[in-house]
Ligand binder design. Structure first.
Ligand code: BTN
Length: 323
């Protein structure tokens, strides 16, 4: 018989409260040691209800990612065929970059349960708490010039948006260039970084962050009003393994469509999922503030904004605010 631990006692009795005294007796440890173990489990993502005079009851086990389960769930040929799951790292972008430099093949995927220095666009931080989201970076080796890599950013956004819609039925949309929003709050972001040599792309790292099971009180103050998670929107936790598999499957389908037919079909899919097109927008770019109506994408993936009097400007990068 497997050794009885505090966790097995709580899991086997998940419908009832187990007192600290009973656990200390069954495990032959002190009440303080019981309390310390509960806190340790909490830090690993377990949630308990604690009621005085009754004891503890387990509410939620962390949904930890494991390679075998994920590999079995994957339905792809290339994307994720080489994958690694890390407990904690500074940023999966950096981990993927190191492996790309060592010739890791296209489709190599690095996932982390936690990022201690997750990176967002424009030098921002990306909140990546342990066990609560999908923080992953995919190595791509596209045969193209640097100016087209923003098309891959949009393609990744379409893949993530479609995967979330399929897995959760939540009607998420894309805000240009690649924020995935639900009810105007951000649920996911994409950071595509490219390394070039002699104007040729050596590799791109598509970094995908999805706030899956983050609770509202976990968000840092500064993003609490603008961020949300699938769990908050869905009212129940979402299985991260199934969602990763869905993202990779969507990505692989779109990437081969892109390699065969170019950006045009991807742009149509992006426009259909966009919450930006046909909306009044304010865009803060490096060149200053632009205001107008977003009317479409140009062939490179830049946003076309009608600023009035028949003038349509091309926005290559910047932050969009929907009016
Ligand atoms: C954004 O600002 O919207 C982009 C966020 C990208 C976050 C992901 S999480 C996995 C990968 N590793 C990082 O450090 N960043 C990206």
């Amino acid at each position: 018989m497997a050794e009885e631990t505090l966790l097995t006692i709580l899991l086997e009795n998940s419908n009832e409260f187990i007192s600290g005294e009973e656990m200390s007796r069954r495990l032959s440890i002190s009440r303080t040691a019981v309390w310390k173990q509960i806190n340790k489990l909490r830090s690993l993502g377990y949630e308990f209800e604690a009621v005085s005079n009754k004891g503890y009851r387990i509410l939620m086990k962390p949904d930890t990612l494991d390679k075998l389960t994920l590999t079995n769930a994957l339905n792809t040929k290339i994307m994720g065929s080489n994958l690694e799951i890390m407990m904690s790292t500074v940023s999966t972008q950096e981990e993927a970059r190191q492996r790309a430099e060592l010739d890791a093949p296209e489709g190599t995927l690095i996932i982390a349960e936690e990022q201690t220095g997750g990176k967002g666009r424009m030098g921002r931080k990306w909140f990546s708490p342990s066990g609560k989201g999908i923080w992953m970076s995919l190595i791509l080796r596209p045969q193209q010039a640097l100016e087209y890599t923003s098309q891959l950013t949009l393609l990744t956004g379409v893949a993530v948006c479609r995967a979330i819609r399929k897995t959760t039925k939540l009607q998420v949309g894309i805000k240009w260039p690649n924020d995935i929003l639900l009810n105007q709050r951000k649920i996911s972001g994409i950071l595509l970084e490219s390394t070039i040599e002699d104007k040729v792309v050596r590799y791109c790292i598509a970094g995908i962050g999805i706030s899956v099971n983050v609770d509202s009180d976990q968000y840092p103050e500064e993003i609490r009003d603008i961020a949300t998670s699938l769990k908050i929107a869905n009212g129940a936790p979402v299985d991260r393994t199934m969602l990763i598999a869905a993202v990779l499957e969507e990505f692989e389908t779109l990437y081969s469509l892109y390699n065969e037919e170019g950006f045009v079909p991807i742009a149509s899919l992006w426009e259909a999922l966009s919450v930006t097109i046909n909306h009044e927008v304010v865009i803060n770019t490096a060149q200053g503030r632009r205001e107008g109506i977003a009317v479409g994408l140009d062939p490179s993936g830049a946003l076309l904004v009608d600023i009035g009097m028949g003038n349509v400007v091309k926005v290559i990068s910047g932050d969009v605010v929907l009016k």
